[in-house]
Design a binder for this molecule. Structure first.
Ligand code: ZN
Length: 233
């Protein structure tokens, strides 16, 4: 009688453990999905930063180009003045001024070139990152898709297992079943029925007193471990 009940309990426990493990996996999915999406977000942030850098460089360059234009205007005026000078001294002073302006222009032009090179580098970097991001997005969405399918399957399996469970629970003596549930709900490992192995309770690893082992052997009643309360067999 008790042996049959115990066998049913063990079957029930097997089903419950399967449900428990599957539910853990189902519950882990949202966090998994979040982490996968976070990878993409980090990447997008990096690209945005690069784009901002690029804008800054462009603004910087435009400013310098305007500066060149203004110096060129100055140069034009100086050249005009050159035609109208009346003395050598004035002429020489103008020449010096023209040389200085030309020097200034060529300095800024060099800066502009450096900025343009930097812009090119950034464009390339952005393109590479964008490509990498697209690949990553593809992988992530595929992974999420697969995970979702897996979760759907798991949910169906859980449903099936729960139906299977119902049938077995109906067959178990309600007192024994309630005891099983009570123990199970207090245990982290969700194990309520455990084997005696070499005189030790395999639930809490305590050595069991002989009289308990004898009681279990007689198979006339449900025996619990005095330490962890699990049902012994
Ligand atoms: Zn125990």
């Amino acid at each position: 009688m008790v042996i049959e009940e115990l066998e049913k309990l063990l079957t029930l426990q097997k089903i419950d453990n399967e449900i428990f493990e599957k539910e853990i996996e189902v519950n882990l999915f949202p966090e998994k999905e979040k982490n996968l999406n976070r990878e993409i977000e980090i990447f997008e942030k990096k690209i945005k930063e690069i784009k901002d850098d690029f804008k800054k460089l462009q603004l910087d360059r435009k400013e310098k180009e305007l500066e060149i234009k203004s110096y060129e205007e100055t140069l034009k005026n100086l050249n005009k003045k050159l035609d109208e000078v009346k003395s050598n001294k004035e002429y020489e002073a103008l020449l010096i001024e023209i040389t200085n302006v030309k020097k200034k222009i060529s300095e800024i032009e060099e800066d502009v070139l450096i900025l343009m090179e930097k812009e090119e580098e950034i464009i390339k970097k952005e393109k590479d990152l964008q490509q990498e991001l697209n690949q990553k997005k593809e992988i992530v969405s595929k992974t999420i898709e697969e995970e979702k399918k897996k979760i759907e399957t798991l949910k169906k399996e859980i449903e099936n297992k729960k139906e299977e469970r119902e049938l077995i629970v109906k067959e178990i003596d309600s007192k024994i079943y309630n005891l099983y549930e009570k123990i199970r709900n207090t245990k982290k490992d969700k194990v309520a029925v455990v084997k005696i192995e070499d005189g030790i309770c395999s639930g809490c690893y305590m050595t069991l007193p002989t009289y308990i082992i004898e009681k279990v052997k007689k198979k006339k009643e449900v025996v619990q471990c005095e330490n962890c309360s699990r049902i012994l067999y």
